[in-house]
Ligand binder design. Structure first.
Ligand code: G1P
Ligand code: ZN
Length: 548
């Protein structure tokens, strides 16, 4: 062993037993991650569990939040000590989730570690996370994350190499005790992929016409990607990308692109007159919000519009094989699929459930109501891809966002939709509320609910058509005779208390739809679910903390 590398086995007196990964990895407060040996133990569990890591290639990077650089240094030193043969990481550790998925795929890596707590706030007082991606580039399956959790419980020692951190400021090649490290530009390969999917010339023509766009990176990872794409390659004016430098604490903002947390850009579009198009992405770049002048595009509608217009994008010119949406996402895309005669799958919440469908070429596009849209180009949802997709449609059809959406509703009818979140509810109260509803399910069928009757009430379960795995308990569904739905779920990604999510949906094919307010249209469903689940009474909340 060369002199500067000192290999150490660190022995612990007790294990950390709370490292149960959630939807996409371990997500906890930065403070928890700073406990001595906490991050190390989880990383050791990954190295002992992820197939092929010994002698294999790992992709590593993060969204730039507080803790990113420390974790990259530590994981590199532990990777070398655990026999990984090569790691690809990125300058300044900046790597969006979709770009990481792409790198895993193009380099045939055995997987990736993405340091991010997605749309959760960052900084010493915010959250940190370690996401694990598998060899297909997608989020680790539940069986893999469970195996990592099981391993983490019994870890009482880990392997690490002592050495000064390597320089991540510039691209370069290093060797750590026989393991090679490539520091590459984390933006380039992703941008290449986008140029292969979309017709940049056509989007450029749109941007130089009487069309003005603004993009908000919310001080998170998409800044450098968006500047390269919009300002350098598509020649949008300098300043099109706002908050474009990734900051460790995201400048104090909550990098979640919705009407509450991305209010600045939402106000610019909805109340201002300066821009024709606006968009924002989340902390790690996989979520997107689309806005037009005086117009917010509901993510469920966005998926339907993309599916309807996919032939306008070069990569999907030959049509779609199928689409999928998560169960709580509105059925707007189902109507398009029916009309266009491709299959439509309904999966549980969480991107990992799209993986098998994409790998088996059963679907080309997929999406969730939680501002996530993606396709078979990678195995993660992709924020900037969705923004480019919208721009391509607008460029090809020479229309505005508002006009595109209203024509869509006129053709297919409108799914009035909203999600009401009650955040940081004390966990015992949220669980009791949920369990009470579960116990009531068998008696709800046939009961009057809002403007209609309940024809079915259940807890959603999903049988994967490829591996036949059964996933139960994915959300309480109240399905009404007229096609309306109310769904209740407890979030799997929060770090404080519990988040209760209530999803509301009502379909109408009246031509009056365009000017109607979803909160008013859904009013009777909102009252009925509050009455049945006793949400206000039990949580003490007067209203939801976030309404989308
Ligand atoms: C949330 C979203 C879900 C998404 C996940 C990861 O999970 O609702 O659609 O896949 O974040 O971005 P939840 O907190 O609801 O469990
Ligand atoms: Zn995210």
């Amino acid at each position: 062993m060369s002199k500067e590398f000192i290999r150490r086995t660190v022995r612990l007196s007790s294990s950390f037993s709370d490292q149960k990964p959630g939807t996409s990895g371990l997500r906890k407060s930065s403070l928890q991650f700073e406990q001595p040996h906490y991050l190390e133990t989880f990383v050791q569990a990954i190295f002992q569990t992820l197939p092929g890591l010994k002698g294999g290639l790992l992709v590593l990077g993060g969204d730039g939040r507080y803790g990113n650089m420390r974790a990259i240094d530590l994981i590199l030193r532990m990777a070398a000590a655990n026999g990984v043969s090569r790691v690809i990481t990125t300058t300044n550790g900046i790597l969006s989730t979709p770009a990481a998925s792409n790198l895993i795929r193009i380099h045939n890596a055995v997987g990736g570690i993405i340091l991010s707590a997605s749309h959760n706030s960052g900084g010493p007082e915010g959250d940190f996370g370690v996401k694990i991606n598998a060899a297909n580039g997608g989020p680790a399956s539940e069986s893999l994350t469970n195996a990592i959790f099981d391993a983490s419980k019994s870890i009482l020692e880990y392997e690490i190499i002592d050495m000064p951190p390597i320089n991540l400021e510039n691209m370069g090649k290093y060797s750590i005790d026989g393991m090679s490290v490539d520091v590459i530009d984390g933006v380039e390969d992703y941008v290449d992929l986008m140029q292969r999917i979309f017709d940049f010339d056509q989007i450029h023509d749109l941007l130089k016409s009487n069309f003005s766009m603004v993009f908000d990176a919310l001080n998170a990872v998409t800044g450098p990607y968006a500047k390269r794409i919009f300002e350098e390659l598509l020649f949008a004016p300098y300043g099109t990308v706002r908050n474009g430098i990734p900051l460790e604490d995201f400048g104090g903002c909550h990098p979640d692109p919705n009407l509450t947390y991305a209010k600045e850009i939402a106000d610019l579009l909805i109340h201002g007159n300066d821009y024709s198009f606006g968009a924002a992405c989340d902390g790690d770049g996989d979520r997107n919000m689309i806005l037009g002048r005086a117009c917010f595009v509901n993510p469920s509608d966005s998926l339907a519009v993309l599916a309807d217009n996919a032939h306008l994008v070069p990569a999907y010119r030959d049509g779609l094989v199928g689409v999928a949406r998560s169960m709580p996402t509105s059925a707007a895309v189902d109507v398009v699929a029916k009309e266009k005669r491709f299959s439509c799958f309904e999966t549980p919440t969480g991107w990992k459930f799209f993986g098998n469908l994409l790998d088996s070429n059963l679907i080309s596009l997929c999406g969730e109501e939680s501002f996530g849209t993606g396709s078979n180009h990678i195995r993660e949802k992709d924020g900037l891809w969705a923004v480019l997709f919208w721009l391509q449609i607008l460029a090809a059809k020479k229309t505005s966002v508002a006009e595109l959406i209203s024509k869509h509703w006129l053709k297919y009818g409108r799914h009035f939709y909203s999600r009401h979140d009650y955040e940081q509810v004390p966990s015992d109260i949220a669980v009791q509320l949920y369990e009470r509803m579960e116990s009531m399910l068998p008696n709800l069928q046939g009961q009057k609910f809002a403007h209609s009757n309940i024809y079915k009430a259940d807890n959603f379960s999903y049988s994967d058509p490829i591996d036949n795995s059964l996933t139960k308990g994915q959300g309480i569904r109240i399905l009404l005779d007229d096609g309306s739905r109310v769904i209740l779920r407890l979030s799997g990604t929060g770090t404080q208390g519990s988040t209760l999510r209530v999803y509301l949906e009502k379909y109408s094919n009246s031509s009056q739809n365009i000017s109607l307010d979803p909160q008013l249209e859904l009013g009777s469903l909102i009252l009925a679910i509050d009455d049945l689940a006793e949400i206000k009474k039990r949580t003490g909340f007067e209203s939801p903390t976030v309404i989308t």
